[in-house]
Design a binder for this molecule. Structure first.
Ligand SMILES: [Zn+2]
Length: 344
């Protein structure tokens, strides 16, 4: 049974390919973080090596080994820190050495299964040399070897690499499906499942992590507190915050995007409160604070901030200077009338 949740279209496509024996030699799974790309990749590796009649069974020795990352023929290649002698800071990327090791391993026959599967996580962070090296492998398919690239933003991958893979998009899952899965599959109590389903924006993996680790929700509360406080801050504080975020961006783009997504949720919720649509807000646990803050802004101000956050996100994705983008965004957040807010 496929364990990935909500990706019915992609799963049925892969299932048909498996049944017809026409599995591609390379797939590119594209979707937001935590949407289920790794689960699907592991499921596909299981399906190719499963010992049961209806693969992937999830129970045979092969399926279990793959789930535990203990199967000799299934490898996950991820980010490592690399540093040239001339560079002060290490680069976090997938290096050419990792791809060369993978190629060597791919040239050997399967050790214990029927197929070798190489899963390249965060493939958009292949170094240029690594991507060029991988391209040669993708151009010369080998029987019983499959490559599964996972990416959040495949526009950051060379078009030559993308064109040699079968591209499958994993869209966010419906909130109702996340809520039901959290409830029935993970035993999360209904109120908490509802909150996590709204907060995760269709990415079940994030909701499950937050359900198991309270720190994620605490971190969210701190970020929102900071976000509300920035509206009362002077230029100096706002620029200091922009500089801090820009520094984070150079190390981990995803973290800053998460922060902007959080802001967007907050300001969209303020808009929904203003419009009298409380039922569909994301931050259901902070409704009282949202109502209080919404009273400090006009509808036009809230709409303008939402546009600014969206513009900043777009510019960052287009590789604009992060510090400049974030400074402009900071200046676009209007001061609010003096009210005190309690955070949930
Ligand atoms: Zn199995």
């Amino acid at each position: 049974m496929w364990q990935v949740v909500g990706q019915h279209r992609v799963v049925s496509l892969l299932q048909r390919s498996l049944e017809k024996g026409v599995v591609a030699h390379a797939y590119l799974l594209v979707g937001p973080p935590h949407v289920g790309k790794m689960t699907l990749a592991l499921n596909l590796a299981q399906a190719l090596n499963c010992e049961a009649d209806k693969p992937p069974c999830g129970e045979c020795a092969s399926c279990q080994k793959i789930a535990l990352d203990k199967h000799a023929d299934v490898q996950i290649i991820g980010l490592t820190q690399n540093r040239d002698s001339a560079e002060a800071k290490p680069r976090v990327e997938i290096s050419i050495d990792q791809i060369r090791q993978m190629q060597h391993s791919a040239s050997l026959p399967p050790f214990e299964g029927r197929h070798k599967a190489f899963i390249i996580d965060q493939a958009e962070r292949l170094s240029t040399e690594a991507a060029n090296c991988l391209l040669k492998t993708l151009e010369e398919p080998v029987a019983k070897v499959i490559f599964i690239l996972l990416a959040t933003n495949d526009r950051l991958l060379p078009a030559t690499v993308v064109s040699r893979c079968q591209r499958l998009e994993l869209p966010p899952i419906a909130a109702t499906e996340v809520e039901a899965t959290l409830n029935s599959g993970w035993g999360i109590e209904p109120q908490r499942a509802k909150l996590l389903a709204r907060l995760c924006h269709g990415c079940l993996g994030w909701a499950v992590s937050a359900a198991l680790d309270d720190d994620l929700l605490k971190l969210r509360a701190q970020r929102i507190e900071r976000l509300v406080d920035i509206a009362d801050a002077d230029c100096e504080e706002r620029f200091a915050y922009a500089a801090q975020l820009a520094a984070q961006f150079s190390q981990n783009r995803g973290l800053v995007q998460e922060e902007l997504d959080l802001w967007l949720d907050w300001w969209r919720d303020l808009l929904l409160i203003k419009a009298g649509c409380r039922d569909i807000i994301t931050n259901v646990d902070l409704e009282a604070s949202l109502i209080e803050v919404a009273g400090s802004y006009s509808l036009a101000q809230i709409k303008a901030v939402i546009s600014s956050i969206q513009a900043a996100g777009k510019q960052l994705r287009q590789n604009a200077n992060p510090r400049l983008v974030l400074e402009v965004l900071m200046l676009d957040i209007p001061r609010r009338r003096c009210v005190s807010v309690k955070y949930g």
